[in-house]
Design a protein around this ligand. Structure first.
Ligand SMILES: *Cc1c(COP(=O)(O)O)cnc(C)c1O
Length: 420
C-alpha cells in the first residue's frame, strides 16, 4: 500500500520549532483505530484480550492509550513489570512471558498477580522455590521444534521460521509432564502459549498456529485432566514495511481463527476457552515515524545523504537489513530519480537507513519521515558512539503534540559513570 505519513510537512516543521530533530512521533488516532480493529476481529471470543508486548514500545502514555482501549500488557522483564504496574495495569491484565527469568522477576510478577507463562519445565520448581507456591492460574510456552511453514500465500510472500532453533518454550512431552506436575502443585486454570514465526505477512499465520494449539489443548485436557482456560497466540503478526507488500487483514485473521475454534474446540466441549494475543509490531509499528533532517550530502563512489538520526534511534536496518520506507517531505510528487544511501553518523558502515534507494533529489534541510518505526524502533535504541536517544512525541487525536519522553542529554549519558 502507498505509504503516506500521518502528519503533513507543515505540521512537522511546526513541531520542529519546539522539538529538534530527530524524534519519534506517534499517531494516537491510528493506535486507537488498530486497537479497535483488533478487538473487533476477535469479539466473537468471549474474554479475548490483546496483551500489548511492552518491549515493542515501552512508553507509558502509549500503554495508557491501549489500556483505555481494553488491552492488557505482556511483560518480559523487571522494568517492564514495574512500568506496567505504574501505568495502572494489575492482576490478570498483565501477562508475564519471560525466559531465563531471574527470581526477582517472578517474585514481582506474582506480587502483581500477573499471569505467569513458564518458558521451561525446570521453571516449575524454580518458581515454587522463589515464591513459595504455584499460582492457580498458570501458562506454559510450547515449542513444536522443526520448521514452521505456511504454504505459499496468494500474494506470494511465504512464511517460514525455525522454532527448532529457537531457545523458547517446552517440547510436547515436557508440556504434558508440566501440566501434570503443575496440577499436583495446585494449579487450576491452565494456558498454552506459542510464538512460531515473526513479522508474518499472511492472514494464515494465526489461524494455522491456532489450529495447532487448539488440537494440543484438546489432547492436554484429555490426557492430563488439566483445565485449559486460555490459549495465547502471542505476537508475530507483521506489517507491510514495503509499499508493494500486501497488508495483513486483521478481520480475516480473526475470522480464520474463529473457523479453527469452531472446528476443533467447540466440538471438544471447549468453546469457553479464552484467546489472548501479544502483538507488538502489528499494534504500533505503522503508527510511529522517525523524523529526521538531511544535514549533509556527499558524493564519492556512491551518493550519500547524511541525516541527524542514526542506528541508535532505529536499529532494525543496521542489524537486520530491514526495509523502512522513507518519504522526503514536500517532495511526494517529485520523481524518484536519485539513488541514495541514507546514512546516520555512527562509525559503523551498517548505519544506513536505506541503501541504493531511489528517492527524489534531497537537499540539505529536507525533512525525512522514516516509516513504521512505532514498534521495535525507539525501544531498541542504544548509546553507541555516545549518541543520545531522541524524544518521543505523541500527535494527539485533537491535533496537539505532547512530549511523552524527553530526549536524553549528555548528563543522562554520564549519570552512571564513576569518575577516576
Ligand atoms: C516480542 C514478543 C512479542 C511481540 O512480538 P511482535 O512481533 O512485536 O508482535 C510477543 N510475545 C513475546 C513473548 C515476545 O517476546
Amino acid at each position: 500500500m502507498k505509504k503516506v505519513p500521518f502528519a503533513t510537512k507543515e505540521q512537522l516543521e511546526d513541531i520542529c520549532r519546539s522539538y529538534p530533530t530527530p524524534f519519534h512521533l506517534y499517531d494516537e488516532a491510528g493506535i486507537r483505530a488498530t486497537a479497535r480493529a483488533v478487538n473487533h476481529a476477535f469479539s466473537w471470543n468471549e474474554g479475548y484480550k490483546e496483551y500489548f508486548a511492552v518491549k515493542a514500545t515501552p512508553t507509558p502514555q502509549i500503554l495508557d492509550i491501549l489500556h483505555q482501549e481494553g488491552c492488557g500488557v505482556d511483560c518480559s522483564s523487571l522494568t517492564e513489570l514495574m512500568m506496567a504496574s505504574r501505568c495502572g495495569f494489575s492482576g490478570e491484565e498483565i501477562m508475564f512471558s519471560a525466559n531465563e527469568t531471574p527470581a526477582e522477576e517472578y517474585a514481582l510478577a506474582a506480587e502483581l498477580g500477573a499471569i505467569i507463562n513458564l518458558d521451561d519445565i525446570t521453571h516449575i520448581d524454580f518458581l515454587k522455590e522463589t515464591i513459595g507456591y504455584i499460582p492457580e492460574t498458570i501458562s506454559c510456552r510450547f515449542n513444536p521444534g522443526g520448521v514452521f511453514q505456511l504454504s505459499e500465500s496468494e500474494e506470494g510472500f511465504q512464511v517460514m521460521d525455525n522454532p527448532g532453533d529457537a531457545k523458547y518454550g517446552m517440547t510436547r512431552p515436557q508440556l504434558f509432564e508440566a501440566f501434570r506436575r503443575l496440577k499436583e502443585l495446585g494449579a487450576k486454570r491452565f494456558g498454552i502459549h506459542a510464538f512460531l514465526a515473526s513479522n508474518t505477512i499472511s492472514n494464515d499465520y494465526y489461524p494455522e498456529l491456532a489450529g495447532q494449539l487448539f488440537q494440543l489443548a484438546v489432547e492436554l485436557e484429555r490426557e492430563t485432566g488439566a483445565d485449559v482456560c486460555f490459549i495465547n497466540l502471542s505476537g508475530g503478526v507483521g506489517v507491510d514495511y514495503r509499499p508493494e507488500q500486501p497488508a495483513n487483514n486483521i478481520s480475516a485473521i480473526g475470522g480464520g481463527v474463529r473457523r479453527k475454534f469452531e472446528e476443533i474446540l467447540v466440538p471438544a466441549g471447549m468453546g469457553d476457552v479464552k484467546l489472548c494475543t501479544e502483538m507488538g509490531r502489528f499494534m504500533l509499528a505503522p503508527h510511529g515515524h522517525l523524523v529526521t533532517r538531511a544535514i549533509h550530502e556527499k558524493h564519492i563512489y556512491k551518493e550519500y545523504i547524511g541525516v541527524d538520526a542514526c542506528a541508535a534511534n532505529l536499529m532494525r536496518p543496521a542489524i537486520y537489513g530491514a526495509y523502512h520506507h522513507i518519504t522526503v517531505m514536500g517532495k511526494e510528487k517529485a520523481p524518484c530519480d536519485h539513488k541514495y544511501d541514507v546514512v546516520g553518523s555512527l562509525c559503523e558502515n551498517c548505519d544506513k537507513f536505506a541503501v541504493d534507494r531511489m528517492l527524489p533529489k534531497i537537499d540539505r534541510g529536507d525533512l525525512l519521515v522514516i516509516h513504521d518505526t512505532g514498534a521495535h524502533g525507539f525501544a531498541m535504541g542504544y548509546n553507541y558512539n555516545g549518541r543520545l536517544r531522541s524524544a518521543e512525541l505523541l500527535l494527539q487525536e485533537d491535533g496537539n503534540v505532547r512530549m511523552m519522553r524527553r530526549a536524553e542529554t549528555p548528563e543522562d549519558y554520564f549519570a552512571t559513570l564513576l569518575w577516576p
